[in-house]
Design a protein around this ligand. Structure first.
Ligand SMILES: Nc1ncnc2c1ncn2[C@@H]1O[C@H](COP(=O)(O)OP(=O)(O)OP(=O)(O)O)[C@@H](O)[C@H]1O
Ligand SMILES: [Mg+2]
Length: 272
């Protein structure tokens, strides 16, 4: 029988330093949380650097990183593990959470609000002083190895409606707020990651600042740093900047013709 991994699982073990530009005191706070065995909750809009930050911190702290993308089909067994039926009997296989506990890894659950409550409660004993995981199916209680840390993230206000974390979950975490970086830092990030010069990076970020102001005029999703980097990469590959902005920024953000034309006007004004 094949070993079935939950969709969206990834592991980072390599030694290459991920490039991360701090935008506040998040590195110091995270380091202290790690040293004091506190679980961390990262909040912030899509594409603002949460995943990159965790990759960087795992590298900096010298811990393996196990990332789990949460979704509403994710079960407690997907996290903890299950018995697999083999030709010679059944064999227990650890899930990614159990593995992270044994390895002393950083376990990062992305978009944690997408997971069901009965899956999320599994995290409770790991996110407080107990740091243990009882596995009912085997009778084992796994204690977290040195270095284990639980990190979760979500985008507040993102088509959430009824989805939210329960207070009993939230109050087990130290919360770090993420947002789009200040202009100068975002220019540096877009230039570094997108491979464009300062002038182009500055124009892209200035455009983003104006587009983000359109939120008040009904633009539900505003451009993230990730979209700016995509536009920068197109510019770096020789695509005309206006076309790069149209395809990489305007088109993904909205299908509304009025908003689309307002955004195009801003692009035209920025790249003459
Ligand atoms: N402070 C930063 N330092 C370096 N790169 C950054 C920073 N912020 C954003 N980036 C760049 O922006 C890209 C998108 O960031 P990332 O994937 O971490 O966003 P995210 O907050 O995890 O988004 P999502 O909520 O959609 O998962 C990164 O791949 C990286 O290139
Ligand atoms: Mg992410």
């Amino acid at each position: 029988m094949n070993i079935v991994e939950p969709i969206g699982l990834s592991e980072q073990h390599d030694n290459k330093e991920p490039w991360y530009l701090p935008t506040g005191q998040e590195v110091e706070v995270f380091e202290q949380c790690h040293a004091r065995q506190l679980a961390v909750l990262l909040k912030g809009p899509t594409g603002c650097g949460k995943t990159r930050f965790v990759e960087y911190m795992a590298w900096r702290l010298g811990r393996p990183l196990i990332t789990i993308a949460c979704h509403d089909d994710l079960t407690a067994s997907d996290l903890i593990g299950r018995f697999l039926v083999r030709h010679d009997g059944t064999q227990w296989q650890d899930g990614p959470l159990t593995r992270a506990l044994r390895e002393g890894a950083i376990c990062y659950l992305d978009e944690v609000v997408e997971a069901r409550q009965d899956t999320i409660v599994v995290l409770h004993p790991l996110a407080d002083h107990r740091r243990t995981l009882p596995i009912d199916k085997t009778g084992e209680t796994v204690a977290a190895a040195e270095g284990f840390q639980l990190v979760v993230s979500y985008n507040p206000g993102y088509q959430r409606m009824l989805k939210d974390l329960k207070p009993s979950t939230r109050q087990r975490f130290v919360g770090l707020d993420f947002d789009f970086p200040p202009l100068d830092q975002e220019v540096q990030i877009v230039s570094q990651e997108g491979g464009v010069d300062y002038a182009n990076a500055h124009a892209l970020v200035s455009l983003a600042v104006r587009l983000r102001a359109l939120r008040d005029r009904g633009l539900a999703e505003v451009p993230s740093t990730r979209l700016l980097i995509a536009a920068a990469r197109l510019i770096d590959s020789g695509i005309d900047p206006k076309l790069a902005c149209q395809t990489a920024i305007v088109a993904p953000l909205s299908d509304d013709p009025t908003l689309g034309s307002a955004m195009r006007d801003l692009v035209d004004a920025m790249f003459i």
